[in-house]
Ligand binder design. Sequence first.
Ligand SMILES: [Zn+2]
Length: 274
Amino acid sequence: MTFVAGLLALTACTPAGTASVGPATAPATSAPAPAPVTTPQGPPGALPRDGEVRRLPRPGALPPVISSIPTKRKVVFLTIDDGWEQDPGFVRQIRERRIPITAFAMRDAVEAKGTPDESGGPARFVGAGKWGYFRQLRDAGVPIENHTLTHPNLSLLGYDAQRREICGSSSLIKKELGGRPTLFRPPFGNYNTDTLRAAKSCGMNAVLLWTATVQPGGKIAYQVPDKKLRPGDILLLHFRPNLARDFRILVNKIKRRGYELGNLRAYLKEHGVR
Ligand SMILES: [Zn+2]
């Protein structure tokens, strides 16, 4: 009987109106609420609104060269090149914060052949996961695009050699990651008409350049005199040491300035890139 009395005493402590029917322990023993149904998530990042993006004039014979997205909305796009430093903290941020970014993978960097880019400090994760790292990025929603096999200055190569660099990279990415790239970024931003012809023959729908680069510490180096972000800017980062830390600084800075991060693939489609 003392046990029952204890229960009644507990019941008495509950707020008025909550303990009128049934045993006092009911809330604790009832089945946990079912987990909310997870609706499939759309692509990460801001998506273009109807009529927001100016269309390309008309499809030409060669892939368009694009440095920024023609929009008036405060939206910018993040891209990251090469693949030397494979910081696991970066993948976690992308996955957990659903940050839209497009990666341009270069074979020799991903496979850690040659000299890494250590301009951000001493490297810790050079080639740590090889293509496995890019599979993790892919699984976190990052499109993996083409940035050649060996990072040459393409404008110094003939058509056939350029084609080997671009088509070879696409075939390798298809083999390692299962999807064939459709965007090409020329190393150093250097290209000529042969590059565009080769890119087209390797299945590239556009050549992607950039309007600003991101330096160690998350500092933005602009290619325009007024040193401001502009709607539609495409930012270029590299897989450098301290990437996870620098990336957090960068994303917070962009948001503080009132900009959203856009989904590049969706914006390119609105722009008229297949
Ligand atoms: Zn590069």
